[in-house]
Design a protein around this ligand. Structure first.
Ligand code: P6P
Length: 341
């Protein structure tokens, strides 16, 4: 009788196996990833009970984005601050919910990582029970010791050592990469473990759907309007023959669907959002690392997201991300039009 549990690989075991791929990697990195997974289990518990406890609805606070802070946002941010980096391996934590980073020091000088995160992306959907998520990215510090510098924080996505997200949906899934493939784990609430369910995810090169908020149409440039119209009419390149439309309005949910099924997600610049809406450091860059490691691509419309050097923590950036051929086609259209071709 085969051992029924022989195939059960939890995320902690998987992270340890990833560490083996990096000779000389200390247990610090493994411990950090496990602390992030642990934090998201706690967040998942509250998200799944949100309708049952007095945690719904908005606080009277407004965050740096000018958005009303939802109580679950606050709670999720507090959980990440409490558990991520508790082993002394983190020198700086930065969050969508905090104007400035939080600095941490370790007695043994092992504080070599920086974690930038969106504790609960898609929070405007909380009360409607739409899938939302936590997004995280991990850098190694550039400065050697002492208080981290702005250069430590403002690193391009190309320098990420890990990125991932947890989607709180019909099931809770953790998806992460350390640059050696993209791997998905589904939370089994009966045992409180993230179990490997989607090893080595590869995203389709071509997309069957496009994902954009067409309510912003009037604010788009003529080039963006033409591209989205091409998605509908099939004029868009050989591989975009009249796409279906899918839009949830929660980045992690829209991204996750496209990662598994193929698709292109877009949040272009518009008159009301000249730099787009999504943030570079804790939304676009981690998602770009994930999609590139799954065979996809992420662009500003003119260059790889992963090559953009951030200028400030809460910097916004236009985002085109998903199936490689589709995103490259959009980038080609915009680049050629900018050259008057
Ligand atoms: P819009 C959620 O507030 C968020 O930051 C992302 O999760 C999502 O992709 C985007 O905003 C949706 O924005 O303008 O379409 O409501």
């Amino acid at each position: 009788m085969p051992n029924p549990t022989s195939k059960l690989i939890n995320v902690e075991t998987h992270i340890l196996s990833q560490q083996m791929l990096h000779p000389g990697a200390s247990g610090d990195f493994t411990g950090l990833l496990n602390d992030i997974a642990f934090s998201c289990k706690i967040i998942a518990k509250e998200v799944s009970r949100a309708g049952l406890v007095d945690i719904l609805g908005a606080t009277d606070q407004v965050n740096i984005q000018g958005e009303t802070v939802q109580k679950l946002d606050d709670y999720s941010n507090d959980v990440m601050l409490k558990f991520v980096g508790r082993r002394g391996q983190v020198c700086m934590l930065a969050s969508e919910e905090m104007d400035d980073p939080v600095y941490m020091t370790s007695k043994n000088g092992s504080d070599k990582y920086i974690v930038v995160f969106d504790p609960l992306d898609g929070s405007s959907n909380i009360d409607a029970n739409v899938s939302i998520g936590t997004i995280f990215s991990i850098y190694q510090r550039i400065s050697r010791k002492g208080k981290p510098t702005e250069e430590d924080l403002l690193q391009p996505g190309r320098d990420l050592v890990a990125a991932g997200y947890v989607i709180y949906g019909s099931s809770t899934m953790l998806v992460y990469t350390t640059g050696a493939g993209v791997h998905g784990f589904t939370l089994d609430p009966t045992i409180g473990e993230f179990l490997l369910s989607h090893p080595d995810i590869k995203t389709p090169f071509d997309s069957g759907t496009y994902s954009v908020n067409e309510g912003r149409y009037n604010g788009w440039s003529p080039e963006i309007k033409e591209i989205v119209n091409s998605f509908k009419t099939g004029r868009a390149g050989k591989d975009l023959k009249g796409l279906g439309a899918r839009y949830i309005g929660s980045l992690v949910a829209d991204f996750h669907r496209n990662l598994l099924y193929g698709g292109i997600f877009m949040y272009p610049a518009s008159e009301s959002a000249p730099d787009g809406k999504l943030r570079l450091l804790y939304e676009a860059a981690p998602m770009a690392m994930i999609v590139e490691n799954a065979g996809g691509y992420a662009s500003t419309g003119y260059m790889p997201i992963s090559d953009v050097i951030p200028e400030k923590l809460h910097q916004r950036i236009p985002l085109f991300i998903g199936s490689r051929n589709s995103v490259l086609w959009v980038e080609k259209q915009l680049t050629e039009k900018s050259k008057g071709i």
